[in-house]
Design a binder for this molecule. Structure first.
Ligand SMILES: Nc1ncnc2c1ncn2[C@@H]1O[C@H](COP(=O)(O)OP(=O)(O)OP(=O)(O)O)[C@@H](O)[C@H]1O
Ligand SMILES: CC(C)(CO)[C@@H](O)C(=O)[O-]
Ligand code: BAL
Length: 372
């Protein structure tokens, strides 16, 4: 009786039973590719699982490069590294709301899907022409928030209820002090991405050093059969670390934004000169920051750039806890975060940056390699 009814209703062109409708959707999605490329665009967990299954049987090495889109050379360097070492590279593009605090820039975060597709298409052609690679970009996973949070999005508040991966104490340090929900959001979404794609290798950038430690700890503590690879930080010629958020800077702040890298380099120089104590190493960084700010404050409001230092840190590489002396057998991580404030007295026609140049928080770090 029921099947008869369904068949009769299904005769109408507009109506399809829910199962058939979702099968049509899955078939259509399975066919979507980035224009003029074989790169599949997968939007659902189901579509990724269907794509992934035969790779296991064929003993293909699958790697994942998680991103939030607005792709730049930093992301590209990770994808290149992944293609050298694996048969199939999956790039995820998902702006994960759970890692943004309620007062952060989720609403204005740059979303550049068409340009990202062009970048991936060009890169994939290069990878195909370069005989040194094991693989190419096979798929982009670009899910919706409903897909990633099937029980409903838990919210961005510190006390949100939901299924989370919480890594303490590391998530409370440094970045986590200013962004208390950040690493909970990152670890949670990364575990989901790892479970969906089931990669043998995952690629993360050194620019977000604390994130790499959180991910390594999660992989170790939850026995995930995944190799975590960290690619070095890609920089502009003047040392500024590439970041999707650099688009917010505009020209005036862009010129001063190198201050963090210059400060960390001054501190690194102390270590290379044999200094191991925290105060002397960090004093070098803090002097650069203070001198640069003094230079700016000597300018008028129509020219100057102001910034606030969130932290300058010297930490242990595997815990990110502050150290009072660098153990030369272990090395250390010099890192920092600086908030570039909106420009004062904008000039007519001045390029203020994306979204009219809100405050931008920049991060950077330098690894002090063990010397002994
Ligand atoms: N300059 C860079 N060099 C190497 N890897 C990078 C660089 N910038 C980002 N990545 C890495 O790319 C991956 C995706 O990062 P994401 O999409 O957040 O870009 P982002 O530039 O860090 O953005 P944001 O400005 O929001 O911090 C992360 O593993 C991140 O560490
Ligand atoms: C790893 C990540 C893609 C998780 O959303 C994000 O934190 C990022 O882009 O670094
Ligand atoms: N690159 C880290 C992502 C974030 O800052 O939200």
């Amino acid at each position: 009786m029921i099947s008869l009814t369904i068949r009769r209703l299904a005769g109408s062109r507009a109506w399809k039973p829910p199962l058939a409708r979702s099968m049509v959707l899955v078939r259509r999605q399975a066919r979507e590719t980035i224009p003029s490329t074989p790169i599949k665009v997968l939007r659902t967990v189901d579509a990724v699982r269907k794509w992934r299954k035969p790779q296991v049987l064929d003993h293909r090495i699958v790697s994942l490069v998680p991103t939030m889109g607005a792709l730049h050379e930093g992301h590209i360097s990770l994808i290149r590294a992944a293609a050298r070492e694996s048969h199939q590279v999956v790039v995820s593009i998902y702006v994960n709301p759970a890692q943004f605090g309620i007062k952060e820039d989720l609403a204005s975060y740059p979303v550049t899907w068409d340009n990202d597709c062009k970048i991936l298409a060009k890169l994939d052609r290069e990878l195909a022409d370069d005989g040194g690679n094991l693989g190419r970009i096979s798929a982009v996973f670009a899910p919706t928030t409903n897909e990633i949070y099937p029980s409903g999005f838990p919210g961005q508040e510190v006390n949100s209820k939901g299924s989370f991966v919480v890594m303490t104490p590391i998530s409370e340090l440094l970045e986590g002090r200013t962004r208390p929900t950040f690493f909970r959001g990152v670890a949670t979404v990364c575990l989901k991405l790892f479970n969906i794609v089931q990669p043998e290798k995952v690629y993360f950038g050194q620019k977000d050093v604390q994130q790499t430690v959180v991910i390594r700890n999660m992989v170790r503590d939850f026995m995930l059969p995944i190799d975590v690879v960290v690619g070095q930080t890609s920089r502009e010629p003047d040392g500024l670390a590439l970041s999707s958020r650099n688009v917010y800077l505009g020209e005036r702040r862009r010129n001063v934004a190198t201050v963090l890298n210059r400060a960390l380099k001054a501190a690194e120089e102390q270590y290379h000169n044999g200094v191991l104590d925290r105060d002397t190493i960090l004093k070098a960084a803090n002097s650069v920051i203070a001198d640069t700010l003094n230079e700016q404050m000597a300018l008028g409001p129509e020219q100057r750039v102001k910034y606030e230092v969130d932290y300058i840190s010297l930490a242990d590489p595997s815990t990110m806890q502050e150290v009072t002396n660098v153990d030369p057998k272990v090395g250390g991580i010099l890192s920092g975060a600086v908030k570039m404030l909106p420009v004062e007295a904008p000039q007519p026609g001045e390029d203020l940056g994306h979204s009219d140049g809100p405050a931008v928080r920049l991060i950077d770090n330098i690894v002090l390699e063990p010397s002994a």
